[in-house]
Design a protein around this ligand. Sequence first.
Ligand SMILES: [Zn+2]
Length: 178
Amino acid sequence: MKIAKNTVVTLHYKLSDAQDNLIEESQQPMVYLHGGYGATLPKIEEALNDHQAGYQVTIQVEPEDAFGEYDANLVKIEPRQALPDELEVGMQFEGAPDDPDDEDEIRIFTVTDIADDKVVLDGNHPLAGIALRFALNVVEVRAASEEEIAHQHVHGPHGHHHEDDDDDDNQFRTIQLQ
Ligand SMILES: [Zn+2]
């Protein structure tokens, strides 16, 4: 079966930077609903569209098509007491950016520095500003079920499980900054 809108694609991927330094290699295959549902980068969907199981390709995606250019305006300094007592570099929090133009947008901020009375939070995605190289290997293609199309996500093994929706967030303690 060819990859097209409303097919479920199973693939392995290897993510590197433009110098081929490995950033991440999939342990579990990635499974997503193809067709512009935002489950993966549009450039990945574009590269895979119309191909079938067994297809392998390596694509390079520029920052503007991946996680954005690095934006220094998304770095903010908060008073130490605004954050939990137990804090370490690398922890992530949800918050609204200071820029009033993006008021509605909730971002994930990563703690990048901790001083006695101040904490530096960076709202850029950890991969912002980096050209990314994806080595993709399509394992399986199947038609999505009607329910999957209605929900706009994949169900079943490696897909979305409604009963443990919150599990994804367990590695982070999240608070509302504003
Ligand atoms: Zn669902």
